[in-house]
Design a protein around this ligand. Structure first.
Ligand code: 2AL
Length: 168
């Protein structure tokens, strides 16, 4: 589907269908609903701008709920859902489990989960595995209060990139 056609379909879809089409980008009902209720959008740029506003801020419960959809860094999402396909494409460059960096990431993921009680989340697109490892190690030094806004911002960035992939 061409991007212009995708926007037209989104603008004219039934509310439930439009919400379902956004969920793979970010599974936060409030975010999906407010974007859908803001239709019609004249351009993909308008939709992306609305998405950035709707995502600021997220509550802790919204962040925790949305994280369930994101596999660990270095783990390939299984299945043929739209979320899984997007995640696999994003993580394609992270490297194979055989590299030293990938092993350090796997260990860092576990340390992060022990420390914060949730999966380590980062916008992968545009970052090398080494950069991701650096960010992981730095974020392990955060307090809970410092880390939550970082997670929310990464969720927002992933959602915006996924939206752009669908509509631009
Ligand atoms: C992911 C993912 O699947 N795509 C992305 O950008 N980040 N996962 C994660 N745990 O950060």
């Amino acid at each position: 589907m061409s991007p212009a056609h995708a926007l037209h379909v989104f603008n004219s879809a039934a509310r439930d269908e439009a919400i379902a089409s956004l969920r793979p980008c970010l599974d936060i009902p409030r975010w999906c609903e407010s974007l859908v209720d803001g239709r019609p959008y004249a351009s993909a740029g308008d939709l992306v701008a609305a998405a950035e506003v709707a995502a600021s801020p997220f509550t802790t419960a919204e962040v925790d709920g949305a994280l369930a959809q994101h596999p660990r860094i270095g783990e390939r999402a299984g299945g043929s859902s739209a979320e899984a396909r997007m995640s696999r494409a994003e993580q394609a460059g992270v490297g194979t489990p055989k590299t030293a960096v990938a092993a350090a990431l796997a260990e860092g993921n576990l340390a992060y989960e022990r420390r914060f009680g949730r999966v380590f989340l980062i916008r992968v697109a545009g970052r090398s595995a080494t950069e991701i490892l650096g960010a992981l190690n730095e974020r392990l030094g955060h307090t809970d209060d410092e880390e939550l806004p970082v997670v929310a911002e990464q969720l927002r960035q992933i959602a915006v990139l996924r939206l752009k992939g669908l509509f631009e």
